[in-house]
Design a protein around this ligand. Sequence first.
Ligand code: TYM
Length: 333
Amino acid sequence: MEENKKRMLSGIQPSGDLHLGNYLGAIKNWAERVDDYECYYFMADMHTITVRQVPADLRKRSLNQLAQYIACGLDPEKNTLFLQSHVPAHAQLGWVLDCYTMFGELSRMTQFKDKSAKHKDNINAGLFTYPALMAADILLYQADYVPVGEDQKQHIELTRDIAQRFNSIYGDVFKIPEPLIAKTGARIYGLTTPNDKMSKSIPEGCVFIMDDPDTINRKFKKAVTDSDTENPVRFAPEEKPGVANLMNIYSTVTGKSFEEIEAEFAGKGYGAFKPAVAEAVIESLRPIREEAERLIKDKAYLEDVYRKGAERASYIANKTLRKVYKKVGFYQI
Ligand code: TYM
């Protein structure tokens, strides 16, 4: 890997199967930038236990997610792909950063508010301090850019604040990272809940990367639109959130602009529009699903990828961790 390239890093929690929101909001943008950056992508398995997981399922999903990353175009020879829990420096720096992150800052995090409302019986300390671990994930690698969907912007802003606070005490230890948020696809809404982001918690409105064509067709058929028959396919997010979401999906998948889409469906209704969106999604996911199905069966290959990935990631992460330990005053061996 070339030393002078800028660094890019991101992760996804293997808390559920990857869906169209993860793909269009995050992974698609990662895969498109492979040649211009030095890239680190991981399965954020440590983050998932802030919510109870079935251990065998988590193990399976972590490996499946790795296969899906590769199938989405992340070549392991060009990208460092790893499991977060295989690189202990994440937990080690996470603890240090806990001590440089304020209670008030963490209390303002939207994801914490949402998740603690959803899991009232398990508002654990990890769920609260999660953004400090996420800051560690990023800062360990001195990442320049963090490509994510819009919902993660707040966490990256906090990461920047933590890094700046630390640097202002100890000198230039951390690079200050920038979020990289795509123009389209950064916020995909649920097909049946066009005011809530697409998420696995509402499975009927959530298209999973591994869904077969029939399932995808069925989900798009049930997509919420409206009763507009005058001029149905036009981009008006406030007035027509369901249609705007479908247009956003279609635009991100095909590269067509909203004007081009409006022209394509002028005079046509949802009976023509919805199947066209479904078809475009099916065709863009088909090669990914087929390749992931093949890779999932090749355990030896995946093991080789995550071992090498953990080794490369640890090398970079440990360099930063050693510097941090020295700065805060831990006695060196
Ligand atoms: P997570 O696992 O919830 O989501 C992973 C990525 O998918 C994006 N995303 C979406 N984009 C558009 N529309 C949607 N409906 C949608 N749903 C999810 C997210 O924005 C994200 O980019 N905290 C992170 C995981 C993480 C991480 C990190 C990310 C842990 N450490 C370090 C970057 C850097 C999370 O919970 O994402």
